[in-house]
Design a protein around this ligand. Structure first.
Ligand SMILES: C[S@@+](CC[C@H](N)C(=O)[O-])C[C@H]1O[C@@H](n2cnc3c(N)ncnc32)[C@H](O)[C@@H]1O
Length: 332
């Protein structure tokens, strides 16, 4: 059984169609409107995974036309970074965009110890790896294996993008560090931010759904924030930023005529295993191993039959750091 830890890029690829459906178009359009007319944009994509976030910003024409755009993608996992470097040029060519491989020093072997990944964000090895030219947009792309918090601090950015990222951290500690790196008037866009809803249907015997959900969320809260979406709505204004737009981006995964679209059956297997693995032996859960094993098996059987429906509640949030003379929180 492939685990998420073994093949994270495969998990991220399997959620592509789920995210594409879920992303809140109204929030995305507001971001596009805000960026319109800019002639230069420095973007940092935090926890960029295999690069799908940047692809989507280009596919949906969110980045400003006729602007000089520099986009840095950063992720802690080497396998994701490798996949992003391989996939992005392939994706761009498949869209008919011109691709130029640039001379970034990215062939230098990465340190296998993630504690040292920060070194990768140092001056050495920096520089764009790739130029993607669409009809009216040119984007220089740099893909780094590093800790996002060290990269964010080394520059000032016009736009931070963190998709499915903030629930991994204590928001009160993480958000000030991120916002401090934005220019006044700079934007932060946090799509697919988990917001405390895990629904699996139909129910099965053995574990009450609300007990499983509570244990899973408590596990997330032991290092991160299972309600990061709603918490952003209060923390952003507190940290000197306005919430410009927000809306739900729930994952809703179900089969049609007994089959799941795209790679969504694989995605569901990862989700079921992630929940079961997170709860096995966790201090936050009193669910026994036997019960969890049975739960996992039965959920997998439901996936095989096309019976499992999975819903995760998430929010997309767009914020902007207020200018020094700007009053109060803004609104939609
Ligand atoms: C749930 S994935 C989301 C990936 C991508 N943004 C997406 O939406 O498909 C979270 C990502 O954050 C990365 N990550 C976690 N902590 C990080 C950190 N401190 N710095 C950089 N990346 C990090 C993980 O390796 C993983 O790829």
């Amino acid at each position: 059984m492939p685990s998420l830890e073994d093949d994270y890029p495969r998990y991220l690829a399997s959620k592509r169609s789920v995210d594409d459906r879920a992303v809140n178009e109204r929030v995305l359009r507001r971001l596009a409107t805000e960026l319109e007319g800019r002639n230069r944009l420095d973007v940092l994509v935090l926890g960029a995974g295999i690069g799908r976030g940047l692809e989507r910003l280009l596919e949906r024409e969110v980045l400003p036309a006729n602007a000089e755009i520099a986009c840095t993608l950063v992720d802690l996992r080497e396998s994701n970074v490798e996949a992003a470097r391989e996939r992005l040029p392939e994706w761009a060519r498949s869209q008919g965009h011109a691709v130029t491989e640039l001379n970034g020093d990215h062939d230098r072997p990465a340190d296998p110890d993630p504690r040292n990944a920060e070194d990768e964000s140092g001056q050495e090895g920096r520089g764009p790896h790739l130029r993607i030219e669409t009809d009216n947009r040119t984007v220089d792309v740099e893909v780094l294996r590093a800790d996002a918090f060290s990269v964010v601090a080394r520059d000032e950015w016009d736009l931070l993008v963190g998709g499915a990222f903030l629930d991994l951290f204590d928001l009160d500690a993480a958000l000030p560090r991120l916002l401090a790196a934005l220019e006044p008037g700079g934007y932060c866009y946090f799509p697919i931010t988990f917001d405390g809803g895990t629904i699996l249907e139909p129910p099965i015997g053995g574990i009450a759904p609300d007990r499983l959900e509570a244990a899973f969320h408590a596990r997330i809260d032991s290092g991160g924030d299972s309600c990061a979406g709603r918490h952003l709505l209060t923390r952003l204004p507190r940290e000197g930023a306005s919430v410009l737009a927000t809306g739900s981006s729930d994952w809703v995964v179900r089969a049609r005529d007994g089959a799941y679209p795209a790679a969504e059956a694989t995605f569901l297997r990862y989700i079921v295993d992630t929940i079961a693995d997170a709860l096995a032996g966790s201090e936050e859960s009193d669910l026994g191993e036997e019960v969890l094993t049975r739960w996992r098996e039965r959920r997998h059987e439901q996936i095989e039959r096309g019976d499992l429906i999975y819903i995760a509640h998430q929010l997309d949030v767009l914020g902007r750091v207020r200018e020094p003379d700007e009053a109060g929180p803004g609104s939609e």
